[in-house]
Design a protein around this ligand. Structure first.
Ligand code: RIB
Length: 340
């Protein structure tokens, strides 16, 4: 009959926790003799530990949940890659959840990850809504926000990018290249990233003594289809614009396609600039000038922040480590190509 962790502990004359610490490699405090005796018993019965049984004792699963809004957008796999590399360095696994920017899916995943007792959740949420706040507040698992900011006291840490400055630098860059009537196609204003970029866009125009013209600002979502639709609206409304700054690269690619389809040359007739610097930015013609976000580094730092907290919590042996939100703020840089 298959032996349980309880059988192994009984035959080796130790507690279940001791066997669990040995199984999970957290046995520095256990004598070599005891460790060897337990391993001999495990070998005798060809014991394969049940990961969940071990975690019930150590309250650690070695698993981190990563919740992202849109796996079809190449920006997010870059985050996942950085997160996975840092997790692997420390022997953690990642459970990846794609939410399609739907809060009801986020809620379902957060509850499912909590029931699986993951050691922490890293999330780029879909909206700054009250509902999201309630979901985050009631989550018992340590939460790290990534990419999209949100004010909640139940957040352990945040890894963000200075989106307002990134947009500000981009629009100043466009003005310095001679553009004077720059339209802006925004991503979803439910996200802090879109709100911050809008602020940076407006601040740059004011800085360069150019008017902020509300009819040149269109609000949509972080998708290529919205880029096409936004340009279509600007053209139909016969708006006078000489360039388009876009909330992300997918919007920019859609905008560029619609301009080209309507007979405009990019950048000769109208410039286009994006945000993210996904790999597709250099695959389109003309290659997209954009704002590079350090998405790999964001994912790597988010897992690093979480693991540091878990180690601190373990070393203090207290169940409640003082709740203070750690912040990592990363910067963007302009990637100059051919679209402005
Ligand atoms: O491309 C998706 C956008 O949503 C990115 O710019 C990222 O910042 C996220 O907020």
């Amino acid at each position: 009959m298959k032996k349980t962790i309880k059988d192994i502990a009984k035959e080796a004359g130790v507690s279940i926790a001791t066997v669990s610490f040995i199984v999970n490699g957290k046995d520095q405090h256990i004598s070599e003799a005891t460790r060897q005796r337990v391993k001999d018993v495990m070998k005798k019965y060809n014991y394969i530990p049940n990961a969940m049984a071990g975690s019930l004792v150590t309250r650690r699963t070695g698993i981190i949940g990563l919740v992202l809004p849109d796996i079809t957008n190449p920006f997010f796999p870059g985050i996942a890659r950085g997160a996975e590399d840092r997790a692997n360095e420390e022997g953690y696994s990642i459970i990846f959840c794609n939410t399609d920017d739907k809060i009801e899916v986020e809620e379902k995943y957060i509850e499912s990850l909590s029931s699986k007792m993951v050691d922490g959740i890293i999330i780029a949420h879909s909206s700054n809504s009250e509902e999201m706040g309630e979901i985050l507040e009631r989550t018992q698992i340590p939460i790290i926000l990534i990419d999209r900011d949100f004010d909640s006291k139940n957040i352990l840490g945040k890894v963000l990018v200075n989106n307002k400055d990134g947009a500000y630098q981009a629009v100043c860059h466009m003005v310095e290249r001679g553009y004077k009537k720059i339209a802006y196609l925004s991503g979803s204003l439910k996200t802090q990233t879109a709100m911050d970029r809008l602020e940076g866009y407006k601040e740059a125009l004011k800085e360069k003594n150019l008017p902020v013209e509300e009819h040149l600002i269109k609000y949509g979502e972080y998708r290529a289809e919205w880029g096409r639709k936004g340009v279509k609206e600007l053209l139909t409304e016969k708006r006078d614009f000489d360039a388009v700054f876009c909330g992300n690269d997918l919007i920019a690619i859609g905008a560029m396609k619609e301009l080209l389809k309507n007979g405009y040359k990019v950048p000769e007739d109208k410039g286009v600039m994006g945000f993210d610097d996904i790999y597709m930015a250099q695959m389109v013609e003309p290659e997209l000038t954009t704002v590079k976000q350090p998405n790999y580094e964001m994912g790597y730092q988010a897992v690093d922040l979480l693991i540091k907290h878990l180690k601190e919590k373990k070393s203090t042996k207290s169940h409640t480590v003082e709740k203070k939100t750690s912040m990592v703020m990363l910067n963007t840089e302009i990637t100059e190509r051919k679209s402005i």
